[in-house]
Design a protein around this ligand. Sequence first.
Ligand code: GDP
Length: 444
Amino acid sequence: MKKKEQIRNVGIVAHIDHGKTTLTDSLLAGVGLISHKIAGKARVLDYLKEEQKRGITIKTANISLLHENSGKQYVINLVDTPGHVDFTGRVTRALRAIDGAVVVVDAVEEIMAQTETVTRQALEERVKPVLFINKVDRLIKELKLTPEEIQKKFAKIILRVNSIIEKYAPPEHKKDWQVKVEDGRVAFGSALHKWGLNLPHMKAKGITFRDIIDAYTGDPDEIGRKVEALSKKAPLYEPILDMFCEHLPSPLEAQPYRQTQIWPGDPKSPVGLAMAKVDANGPLLMCITTIEVDPHSGVVAIGRVFSGTVEKGKTVRLVTSRQKGSIQQVYMSMATDRVIVEKIPAGNIAALSGLPSIHVGETIAEEGVETAPFEALKYVSDPVVTVAVEPENVKDLPLFDKVIHKLTLEDPNLHFKIDKESGQYLLSGMGELHLEVTAYRMQE
Ligand code: GDP
């Protein structure tokens, strides 16, 4: 975490159902956080029950992984971004914390509306993409494509992704951010069956498209055995994590060119200079991208440390809300778990507790150092649907009040107000599904 060149802050963006959650589980299984057998079923990041029930990702969860590439160890901070259209505000927020992303595309459905929307949002935040073409097993089993037809399908997807990059990438990166098969910036595979390859890995392992098709021919038992063997020989996490290390930028590389996009402060100020160098000894500057409330740690604020170091016991300034606070505990986020650490240096994602009235988008800064807050986050959509809510029993009003407070704190796309004339409690959200999920969480 101290070696800035060996940190990658990355996310996964995809149209709903294209396999983001399954891919995440496969990556976690790859590094040993969950067993291989339950990957694809456990859905670690979907830790809300409601998400399991509906099979969509609502909350952002973050995980730090360790991966070795060319003899070096990399810290990969994986920030999960929700893909559902009702929750695009959360996607935008998560993008602040990452420098690179893997775009997941279902090989059968190809590029869908939401693939384009989230990829565009990422590019506009100067997040560099690589590509993973998922569900290749379906091309073989269901569509029965030949190796040539599979490659044609890939070429079509790559062309579309590159035209999105051409359109929305920052001008200086329209060319060099194009994803290419030859240098290994395009991987393909099956997140469900946990195998994956890119061209360099195919060459190194001597695996051809014929071999892959062959793995899916025979009786079910035989296919089961051959696909399992393929997932051992070409585990999905290898090309994905290698792409992160080899093709996505470190904070040291990314912060200088992302700085002006995500922070309106003076690049020549002490904070600006420290941010460009990702200086762990510089003045603290952190942007909060997620708030979680849990019964044990209370309010936990998660975000990217752009400069300085967050440390237990340190007094900090909350720039937007003009408050002071003391960091009670520092954690690394491991999905549903948190690991307590003493400090986390610039360039990483950190979780903090002890700062009670903190909001998403808040800037945490060194005490006594003048700094601009991070830009107000631009939301793609405003709340559009409003419902009246009330506790069934009036005596639950204090609890109702507490729950509303917690939910609106965690989710800035949720607005609450009391209508003075009617006395109704009005809750506004991004769509019916968003409000339904919120109602469910209130009841829970
Ligand atoms: P998300 O909405 O992008 O997180 O998508 P999920 O990971 O929840 O996947 C959506 C559905 O596609 C689930 O039923 C998965 O089991 C299925 N799925 C994911 N990856 C693959 C794959 O590689 N092959 C096949 N056949 N199905 C997959």
